[in-house]
Design a protein around this ligand. Sequence first.
Ligand code: NA7
Length: 537
Amino acid sequence: MNDSITDSVDIVVVGAGVTGLYAVHKLRGLGYRVRGFERGEDVGGVWYWNRYPGARCDVESVDYSYSFDEELQQQWDWSEKYATQPEIMRYLRHVADRFDLRRSYTFGTSVTSAELDERTLRWTVRTDGGEVVSARFCVYAVGCLSSAHVPDVPGVAEFGGATYHTGAWPHEGVDFTGLRVGVIGTGSSGIQAIPLIAEQAAHLTVFQRSANYSIPAGNAPLDEETRGRQKAGYAERRRLSRLSGGGSPHTGHPSRTFEVSEEERRAAFEERWELGGVLYSKTFPDQLTDRAANDAARAFWEEKVRALVDDPGSADLLVPTDHPIGTKRIVTDSHYYETFNRDDVRLVSLRGNAIERVDGGGVLLADGTRVELDAIVFATGFDAMTGAIDRIDVRGRGGRRLKDVWSEGPRTYLGLGTDGFPNLFNLTGPGSPSVMANVVLCAEQHGDWLAECLSHIDEYGYRGIEASAEAVEKWVGECRDRAAATLFPAADSWYLGANIPGKPRVFMPFIGGFGVYGDIIAGVADSGYKGFDLLTR
Ligand code: NA7
């Protein structure tokens, strides 16, 4: 053993979010020695960091929960249809305690590098805590929305008030009482936070670069009867979810948009509007592939939203004109549009009038307007899908850096592996459907696949596994071609890296759906890991 090595294990897992926790549980259950590292001081991943007011999941809580343990599933009581951040944190802490997962983790510690020893096929993993761990397998579960993006606005350092990013919210909370607050960004985080900040602040200015499509959540407390019904129906709920595109049991209308009468079409849109949130994008099966079908869904949405906003000028600004509905994730809100009916809330469009700079007392726009502020909230999103892994200096065969190999966009086979990086797995990341589906079931799907894969390697005495260059090339093409057959590339979304200046414009997720993807990776396992090389030396 190299002198500098502080520990030697079978597997290092990076991240203690929904995905990492399950991976640790599953792999430890097979008898592997696992070390986990987590940047936060506790479990939770995105839910540990995103504590902004109004932070809430846009997947129903009954679905956004692990399915692997029937007792856990039956015993845990969700209090609302859509769980808030604190409730999800309570749940993940409960899971960590119940399955004794914390003992495998070192918290408050970031992995800084991982280097392959080509002779042994082991990884040397270094942390900012000074640990040097040798591992046979390295598993990244670092999250797709965990590298906060603060735009490079001149003068922010001169601002006299406080600044915040929704994805790195102070744990002690923030009191905006009596303050003039500016929120920059109207994605999911901004739209969730804005109504609650408006209630507290003396005045709120919302700086909107692009309007977004949002749909009221229809959130409600869950009563005993509803919970009982959900729990009794869990088996069927999960079965349908596993077949679905998004990892939830809801299925859209069986016909295409214009195969039904106008009356039936409106009834279907109304039903989805009432269901609430993100599922509206799949009311009809052709909505995200056919422009006219999308326009019909969009027109119904616009009618609904205009009815919620008193001032037609504000309504005009709040209706997106730049992308088809659903091609950025539809936001699931609570009283967002009504917030613009308040006298103490002002909507400022940055279209053609960008923020030029921040100074000591506020924000200066290109047209010379100055907005005086006491606090600025950046709800400006994330360097999505690749940002967190890019922070780690990963070096594979020949010393090649993963960041360089991915410089033109992430290159994976099935999202799970990259050629030149044997025994390294990336869970629920680019090349997988996780950001377009219920990530909890995605975490289980990947954790189970990985467990089976490692068991196979050991059963047959292999030293490791590595995606082939041909398989990676094909999968990158498949992800690109599937996206190209939809309306998704028409939006400047973070799926495409379009929100980060200079990032290559490549559609990063697998868009074919959770169920289809599950069949593909299961087929690969059944075939003896076609597309991977099983390494004997
Ligand atoms: P998003 O969805 O990336 O939203 C970020 C918002 O910030 C969006 O409105 C952006 O406008 C805006 N933005 C970003 N940079 C700037 C600059 N430089 N100036 C002004 N406005 C800017 O991130 P969220 O955190 O809201 O949500 C991420 C995901 O979390 C969400 O999809 C859910 O899956 C959960 P743009 O639209 O780019 O013009």
